[in-house]
Write a protein that binds this ligand. Structure first.
Ligand SMILES: [Zn+2]
Length: 154
């Protein structure tokens, strides 16, 4: 699956973002905006001493959701200036995350084409017309889920 190698490359490029073991719950159709998000976050952090990593990346009620941690390293004195800059950076990253949440709300979680949120019994799924026809064992979660081995710690 080509998405798996894309994710592997992403983790190798930004290992600091993915240091938690249960972080990655990614779906193929939502991957492209997520890759862009990682580049944006890395650019926002450039030259700053902050600690950043993802807490959770997952599907929740048919929506793509990203949660992250941003803070000062323990060695850094927590001055008013540092706190202000941290708050500024936090807001900028949150804005990028929100725009990815919004973009993925209209992307099929399987293929990434135009989709709407659909209710199937108690399930909520964000699917295009084609993938909304799924049945039986081949659920969008299992078919679109990007299966990953944990990256080796470095
Ligand atoms: Zn689709």
């Amino acid at each position: 699956m080509k998405e798996e190698s894309q994710v592997r490359a992403l983790v190798e490029r930004y290992p600091y973002m993915f240091k938690l073991s249960n972080t990655l719950d990614l779906y193929a159709g939502w991957l492209p905006p997520f890759v862009v998000l990682c580049d944006e976050i890395d650019a926002l952090l450039a030259g700053r001493p902050f600690v950043f990593h993802f807490l959770q990346i997952k599907e929740k009620f048919g929506r793509f959701r990203v949660y992250f941690y941003l803070g000062l390293p323990t060695c850094e004195p927590s001055t008013a200036v540092a706190a202000q800059e941290l708050a500024h950076c936090q807001a900028a990253i949150q804005q990028c995350v929100e725009s990815v949440h919004a973009a993925c709300a209209s992307r099929c979680m399987v293929c990434g084409t135009s989709a709407t949120l659909r209710r199937d019994g108690s399930l909520m799924l964000c699917l295009c017309d084609e993938h909304a026809k799924w049945s039986g064992q081949d659920s969008p979660w299992s078919s679109a889920k990007i299966r990953m081995d944990r990256p080796s710690p470095r």
